[in-house]
Design a protein around this ligand. Structure first.
Ligand code: 4AD
Ligand code: MG
Length: 460
């Protein structure tokens, strides 16, 4: 059996040869003595047209097949320069592997993304989701390739953890206790009875563990699932999403931004080169101008602006915002998008945020008010990357932790890194789904993750 991808790429070599393909029927129609069946096996964006005739023993049965059926077709490849499709297969045999039913939910028409979300087990069989999930897969590969080519070590950080990296308290608790009958001690939940003997949660970020490996391997990256119980029902927040977190030692915030910029450019170029059909599809049906925009990003420098300057710029447009900006405020999506879409018209790094709105581990700047943080904002989405140089001074870090109400005993391992050979280091987190949204032009995070988990939704 061969893959339809191979057939499409080399159909001229296959002309006149007999091949076998296996796939699912996309559409089927017949006249009295012959019929056409469009079959896709998922290995390539384009399906294959199969011609079957009444010389086949099971001709009548084939004619009655429903869309969605699984078939194995053996037949001769015929190049058809005069027709819309470049070639077709003239069937010598059609084996019906699995019939479908007339109520198959994916009929030959355009279904809305909202409807397709209700059948997330079947939507990967549609053109759009074939393209999205192939690009998602390629993007993951490109990211690994980028880091591996630069000798970064891939570190697997734990998913169950006792710490809250971002300090935002947006965690899913992990417990084996029966919640209807939780043991208490002095009116408080007694976690000593629990599996780990203390409260634990699903990780919001692998960074703290990642840092420990950067202090041993110099350059590392993580790539895994992260979980956030943020109660934000938006098109760019998921409760379970994947994050890529590189961490580089003997490096500062500028090195960090250079790494982020070259990684994004590499990934964009890789996907444009290796998924041309899928990208052309997005460009035509999902987001007109996508390819040109992405090519422009690869060939130009990202913008850079400090938070303080960004606020000065944004304040001039306060009448256009739902939330008015002021120094000290957290930037909302509307502000992020304004900066990147209206002011810079390309990706931009915003740096040096007030310490109050950022996590405890970020390096305090000399002004004592801001930290060496950077967010990378892109048109259409807003924040795609969040990163920083890390506080590497033992005493300053201890003070920051106290300010943020963190208990030293919970972060002993983290403080040790500042005690035993502390080194300047920095890192960032790329939201993988937001990256896939950016590459495909898809507008909703629910449509770039196979089985999305969002507020109120954990189906399938
Ligand atoms: O900015 P964040 O919270 O940064 C961190 O977690 C750091 N520990 C990263 C680091 O320095 N190693 O998250 C990083 C990125 C965001 O820029 C965004 O792209 C994505 O993760 N992200 C989400 N993606 C989907 N759904 C959510 N709920 C997300 N929250 C963050
Ligand atoms: Mg962030």
């Amino acid at each position: 059996m061969i893959n339809i991808r191979d057939l499409h790429h080399n159909y001229k070599d296959y002309d006149g040869k007999v091949v076998t393909i296996g796939g699912w029927v996309r559409s089927i129609r017949d006249s009295k003595t012959f019929g056409f069946m469009v079959v896709n096996d998922g290995t390539f964006f384009e399906p294959v047209q199969v011609v079957y005739a009444d010389k086949l023993d099971n001709f009548e049965t084939i004619c009655k097949l429903n869309v969605g059926a699984a078939v194995i077709v053996t037949g001769q490849v015929k190049v058809t320069p005069e027709m819309k499709q470049p070639f077709e297969i003239h069937a010598d045999e059609v084996v019906i592997e699995g019939e479908s039913t007339p109520d198959y939910p994916l009929q030959k028409k355009r279904h809305s993304f909202e409807y397709l979300r209700t059948i997330s087990h079947l939507r990967p069989r549609t053109n759009t989701f074939q393209a999205v999930f192939r690009v998602r897969s390629l993007t993951a590969y490109a990211i690994h390739k980028f880091f591996q080519e630069r000798d970064f070590v891939y570190v697997h950080t734990p998913l169950i953890t006792g710490s809250d990296c971002e300090g935002a308290g947006e965690m899913f608790q992990v417990t084996t206790m029966d919640l209807s009958n939780v043991p208490t001690k002095d009116g408080k939940v007694d976690y000593s009875q629990d599996f780990f003997g203390k409260p634990t949660n699903l990780t919001v970020s692998g960074q703290l563990n990642g840092e420990t490996y950067a202090m041993a391997f110099k350059n590392i990256y993580t790539f895994g699932p992260t979980f956030r119980a943020e109660n934000s029902n938006t098109t760019r927040h998921a409760a379970e999403f994947w994050m890529i977190e590189p961490e580089i030692a003997f490096a500062d915030l500028t090195d960090d931004m250079m790494l982020a910029e070259s990684m994004l450019k590499y990934v964009i170029s890789y996907v444009l080169e290796h998924a041309p059909e899928e990208m052309a599809f997005f460009n035509q049906f999902v987001d007109k101008g996508l390819i040109e925009r992405l090519e422009h990003v690869v060939n130009s420098d990202f913008g850079r602006i400090t938070y303080t300057d960004a606020i000065t710029e944004l304040e001039k447009h306060n009448d256009e915002f739902d939330y008015k900006v002021y120094w000290g405020c957290d930037l909302q999506t509307e502000h992020e998008r304004y900066l990147t879409e209206k002011i810079f018209k390309r990706p931009v790094f915003v740096t040096d945020y007030p310490k109050e709105i950022k996590a405890f581990y970020m390096k305090l700047n000399e002004d004592g008010k801001t930290v060496a943080a950077m967010d990378c904002l892109v048109p259409g989405i807003g924040e795609i990357i969040g990163g920083s140089q890390r506080e590497d001074d033992y005493e300053v870090l201890k003070n920051r932790m106290a300010e943020c109400g963190l208990k030293e005993e919970d972060y002993e391992f983290y403080l040790d890194l500042r005690k035993y050979g502390s080194a300047r280091h920095a890192g960032f987190g790329l939201g993988f789904e937001r990256c896939v949204m950016y590459l495909t032009g898809m507008g909703n995070i629910r449509d770039v993750i196979p089985f999305p988990r969002t507020v109120g939704n954990c189906d399938l």
